[in-house]
Ligand binder design. Sequence first.
Ligand SMILES: [Zn+2]
Length: 123
Amino acid sequence: MRPKLARLKDNAWTIFSQYIRTRDKKCFTCNGSPDNAGHFFHNCLDFDEENIHAQCVRCNKWLSGNLAIYSVNLLKLLGQKKFELLNIRHYQDMVAQKRDEEYYEKIIKKYKRKIALLEQSLV
Ligand SMILES: [Zn+2]
């Protein structure tokens, strides 16, 4: 069995990814099906709602995020100021302290609640 921290991280990602795909409903870079939750900045900001958007498998995997279109759409969505703040956050996150169990448990709890709220608003 995998260590508890790794399992919590996987679980947090599963929940967060479900939230993102429910929120976006379509691929952020081609309007295709929302199969994955795809990063703008990779290997950081894994649970940042502005860094992660729904993507189809083609854009996320085969086109490695389709980042040229991703950046244009993200700048349009966030505006210049928030886009720059996201950039700063990604540098900060790369040197952030190691995540503990509590960090992932909070994410799981937060996004289970947000999914429930989203689903309520869709009814
Ligand atoms: Zn796509």
